[in-house]
Design a protein around this ligand. Structure first.
Ligand code: FEO
Length: 400
């Protein structure tokens, strides 16, 4: 049975929700599911903007059939070819034999790599090209690396709708609520939106900045992303988040403490640090056990906070493996502009602090505080004093 929503008078959401998938891209947990958004425009020509993951194909095809109501499909605009949006292209082409695909050269190359039979069905466009579908005239804007190289966004010049591809998306199924003003985004969605952005697009901040600059030159009335709610109000809220995330600027002054503890002594040490910080007036603190927290969550929180404390036990004379994985992910996603405090622990040869600092040296503009803490098995009077100095160092660096 079809399940669609009207977006504007002649535009319909024909996507689907997926609550069965455990791991997005087979990496990132999505306990709230995810939506694959696709939009169908009924003008003099009928135009489908992007498709959905194959897992949602049946629902999607029923939705298209319902909205078309016997009309043929004229065009399929593909803004992004990653299979969570492109996997159903070939089935759409089979069912609607007159439909032509409008997309970029690179997207067509990818379609052929995925062995889609698109011969004779393509209309290649480039930045600034336009197409008229009747009342609606659209222009295409390239958006390379947001989040694949072939990506573009499509702007409807007639009504200000921006088909934004992966930009402005979020994890989370829609559960009937399509628009940002139908949900409490800041309460219920922002954490998933941050985790989506930082882990999926986070590496490509400069490319997102380039897209934001282009977006600033057009009069956007509605943003239709490929995942999550459609935005039709309060753009400033989300644009500000995107601007900060893509410039690698923290959203909040606060301390993210990520610790690796085998028997509880490192955990005990960071509990004391957190108490000291709160006593000294900094209570915006988040603490995570690196062994129990998915790295996608740690990455999202890393983008959020201004200060990070890394506390790691030494393991095989190295950094505790889950902490090392977190650092590798941080570097891969281009995390920068953070102030970091280091706590190393070990019973006979604590090395993790030196090694974490060396790792951070290989990243962009990460400031490591001089106040470091070495814990030999468990905190003692000397390391407690170092901890107090680290707490003071964190707070002073916030006031710089
Ligand atoms: Fe939602 Fe880059 O695909």
């Amino acid at each position: 049975m079809y399940c669609v929503r009207k977006v504007t008078e002649d535009l319909y959401w024909v996507g689907a929700n997926d609550r069965r998938l455990a791991l997005f891209e087979n990496i990132h947990p999505i306990p709230r599911g995810v939506s694959y958004n696709s939009y169908l425009l009924l003008d003099e020509k009928t135009v489908l903007f992007d498709t959905v993951d194959w897992s949602a194909g049946r629902q999607f095809l029923e939705n298209i059939q319902h909205v078309l109501d016997g009309r043929k499909l004229d065009y399929l605009v593909i803004n992004h070819m990653e299979p969570d949006h492109g996997a159903s292209i070939e089935e759409v082409l089979l069912r609607y034999p007159e439909a032509k695909i409008i997309s970029t050269e690179k997207a067509f190359m990818l379609m052929r790599q995925f062995h889609f039979n698109i011969d004779g069905r393509t209309e290649q466009v480039e930045e600034g090209d336009t197409r008229s579908f009747g009342k609606h005239k659209v222009t295409f804007v390239s958006a390379p690396m947001v989040h694949w190289p072939e990506a573009m966004v499509t702007y409807d010049m007639t009504n200000g709708v921006l088909f934004a591809a992966d930009a402005f998306g979020s994890f989370g199924s829609l559960d009937g609520k399509l628009f940002n003003d139908e949900v409490n985004f800041d309460r219920d969605w922002i954490d998933d939106a941050r985790r989506y952005y930082t882990n999926i697009v986070g590496k490509y901040g400069p490319h997102v900045q380039a897209l934001l600059k282009k977006a600033a030159t057009i009069d956007i009335k509605m943003i239709c992303p490929l995942h999550g709610p459609v935005w039709r109000s309060d753009f400033g809220y989300f644009l500000d988040k995107y601007d900060k995330w893509s410039r690698y600027e923290p959203e909040e002054k606060g301390v993210l403490i990520v610790y690796a503890s085998m028997y509880g002594n490192t955990e005990s040490a960071v509990n004391i640090l957190a108490s000291m910080l709160a006593e000294k007036g900094m209570s915006n603190i988040a603490m995570y056990d690196v062994s129990k927290t998915h790295v996608s969550q740690l990455i999202a929180e890393t983008f959020r906070y201004s200060h990070i404390v890394l506390a790691s036990v030494t393991y095989n004379l190295g950094i505790y493996p889950p902490m090392h994985d977190y650092l590798v992910d941080m570097k891969a996603l281009n995390v920068q502009n953070r102030t970091v405090g280091i706590i190393e622990c070990g019973s006979w040869a604590p090395k993790s602090g030196t090694l974490m600092e060396e790792f951070l040296d290989g990243m962009k503009t990460m400031t490591v505080l001089n106040e470091k803490v070495t814990v030999l098995s468990s905190l003692n009077e000397s390391s407690l004093l170092e901890m107090e100095q680290l707490a003071d160092g964190l707070i002073e660096s916030m006031n710089d």
